[in-house]
Design a protein around this ligand. Structure first.
Ligand code: PHE
Length: 453
């Protein structure tokens, strides 16, 4: 931690375990629990799941490793890390743009991520009050609708969620981010196992149906749309292209093995997504509900199941606590790059930097939540503000930064040094080179181009 006015010393994770949990905490989030199951539901289940799995390892993993590697070299916020590492490799400082787009992206994403985090938090209370007991789709749909229409309500929960996020980040890398993840991640794992166990217990044959739905390989169902969605989601799910992993890498000591840690994080992230599916779909099937409902799956469809099963109230509460934890360990990572930047480059200390950036993000979040009600008709390029920000960040900024990172890492940096740092033998170095020089950039360019269509 920096002390006094000198900002020379840079924070560090206290252990490899702490770093890994923080990185996994960032990766595991609404994307795994909310987005992955509904996308799988919409895109025919296993076809989507298999492609997603493939992309996580072939595309996601190398970019994750490169973000950490570059971050660790730079030991600064993503913008100045890119600048310094580019200069030390003999290239233009304009590579800083990779960092700039990343930091701006994480900043923008947090504004709407916090709104949804607020929904998750509020649903803990709704579930605890027994609001879903005996409910059918009409009722849960109305609850969700009236909830989206109530500005004060959304504002309250967005504020609560953002305040908790800021509180954790203000405490610093070790005492804040790392400690929060050390507490919340195991909690999250236990909750998930309880949820899956319960789903298996109450849903009987539907559990098998859900398993088949998610995992029976049906290669004929793999089409371009599913592949593209899976690719984009692999990115989002690993928190890539937002300067986050670069910022996390900047707090990393030389002794950590990047490849094995990255494998662990990818595996954990995938397991949480799969198990979330196995907690949700058995209940959906057992209640005769539709898996392809889209974004409402968790907030509209699942509450019907909770409202009509034995122990559903308690299970609902546990589920939304689980969702809130997952969202929080990601939201703190979204705030970190901006705070790191302000802390290093302005006279602000950690706490003031956190407060300043959180206030701006909070205000932007208000504009996002108004998109669900008062400003629903305010549209730019045919999209309301919430959709516009989502589109701009996940379809454009995120792949752009990802592309910049991999092109920089594979074509601009000294490959011999990278090979030594990653400890690769001839075979794996060839695989690494082919992936990072050709396959990953081409895949990312494809996502980018399709994002525009
Ligand atoms: N990876 C997180 C998730 O799956 C989302 C996220 C995106 C977190 C971007 C941080 C940054 O929910």
């Amino acid at each position: 931690m920096s002390t006094g006015t000198m900002k020379k010393s840079h924070s560090q994770w206290s252990s490899r375990m702490g770093f890994m949990l923080a990185a996994a905490g960032s990766a595991v989030g609404l994307g795994n629990i909310w987005k992955f199951p509904y996308m799988a539901g919409q895109m025919g289940g296993s076809a989507f799941v298999l492609t997603y799995l493939l992309f996580m390892f072939v595309i996601g993993l190398p970019i994750l490793v490169l973000e950490w590697l570059i971050g660790r070299r730079g030991q600064k916020n993503p913008i100045h890390t890119m600048e310094d590492v580019a200069a030390s490799e003999g290239h233009s400082k304009s590579w800083r743009w990779v960092g700039i787009i990343g930091v701006v992206g994480s900043f923008l994403i947090l504004s709407f991520y916090s709104v949804i985090g607020g929904w998750a938090t509020d649903y803990i209370v709704l579930a605890a009050q027994g609001s879903f007991e005996g409910a059918n789709g009409d009722i849960t749909g109305k609850i969700f609708e009236s909830f989206l229409g109530n500005v004060n309500h959304l504002l309250t929960w967005h504020t609560v969620f953002m305040a908790v996020t800021a509180f954790i980040v203000a405490m610093g890398v070790g005492a804040g981010l790392e400690r929060a993840c050390k507490i919340m991640m195991p909690g999250l794992g236990i909750l998930l196992l309880v949820l899956v166990g319960y789903a298996a217990y109450v849903s009987g044959p539907s559990f098998t149906a859900a398993f088949k739905f998610l995992f029976t390989p049906d290669f004929s169902a793999i089409n371009g749309t599913a592949m593209l969605a899976a690719l984009g989601h692999a990115f989002f799910s690993l928190s890539l292209g937002m300067g986050i992993m670069m910022a996390y890498g900047s707090y990393l000591g030389k002794d950590v093995n990047l490849l094995s840690t990255a494998c662990t994080v990818v595996i954990l992230d995938v397991i949480v997504a799969m198990l979330s599916g196995m907690a949700i779909f058995p209940l959906v099937f057992a209640n005769g509900l539709q898996p392809g409902e889209g974004p409402g799956l968790i907030f509209v469809t699942l509450p019907i199941a909770f409202g009509n099963m034995a122990g559903g109230t308690i299970l609902g509460v546990l589920f939304f606590i689980f969702l809130t934890f997952a969202a929080l360990t990601s939201s703190i990572s979204l705030l970190e790059p901006t705070v790191e930047l302000l802390e290093e480059k302005t006279p602000l200390g950690r706490k003031s930097a956190t407060i300043a950036s959180s206030l701006v993000i909070w205000a932007l979040g208000i504009a996002c939540l108004l998109a669900f009600n008062e400003w629903a008709e305010v549209k730019l390029f045919g999209k309301n503000l919430f959709d516009l920000l989502d589109y701009l960040t996940s379809k454009i900024m995120l792949p752009l930064t990802g592309l910049g990172t991999v092109v920089f890492g594979a074509w601009m940096m000294n490959q011999k040094r990278i090979r030594e740092e990653l400890n690769l033998n001839d075979f794996w170095f060839t695989v690494w080179t082919v992936l990072t020089r050709y396959i990953v950039p081409v895949a990312v360019i494809i996502i980018l181009v399709y994002g525009f269509l």
